[in-house]
Design a protein around this ligand. Structure first.
Ligand code: FES
Length: 136
């Protein structure tokens, strides 16, 4: 399966511009009963390992980053770096703030390196058929 990587240049880091996009198919996700439901057959960005989407707006009170790791497992995170709130992107085995401070967190949200002093909020995920359910 194709492996996707995310690169950010120095200008992106200075201005805090993340590499992860919102899904091309806006209708691939919704919020119901305190859960995000992602239709995996429509979220093409998550077909590939290290694929990611950022979910924002709709009824969400918090931005969410969803990634598929190298073992084809999904993870969901609060998409606010615990340093200064910038967005994150996947890096091999972790997620990393797009800013210069490069705070990096493991899949459990534990801080590995960078400017942040706190861990990152994660959300539990389950799969039902072709739906990814994210418990908020
Ligand atoms: S905002 Fe993430 S490292 Fe500063």
């Amino acid at each position: 399966m194709k492996n996707k990587t995310y690169h950010r240049n120095i200008f992106q880091r200075i201005f805090g511009i993340c590499a992860t996009k919102q899904p091309q198919d806006e209708g691939c996700w919704c919020v119901e009963n305190g859960k995000i439901i992602v239709n995996l057959s429509r979220a093409t960005e998550l077909e590939h390992r290290n694929g990611a989407i950022r979910l924002e707006g709709k009824e969400l009170s918090n931005r969410v980053l969803v990634i598929k790791d190298n073992n084809d497992e999904y993870h969901a995170f609060s998409n606010h770096c615990t340093h200064m709130g910038r967005r994150l992107d996947p890096v091999p085995g972790a997620v990393q703030c797009c800013s210069i401070g490069k705070s990096t967190f493991d899949y459990g949200g534990k801080k590995i390196s960078g400017s942040s002093k706190k861990d990152l909020t994660t959300y539990s995920v389950t799969i039902e058929g072709d739906k990814l359910l994210i418990e908020l």
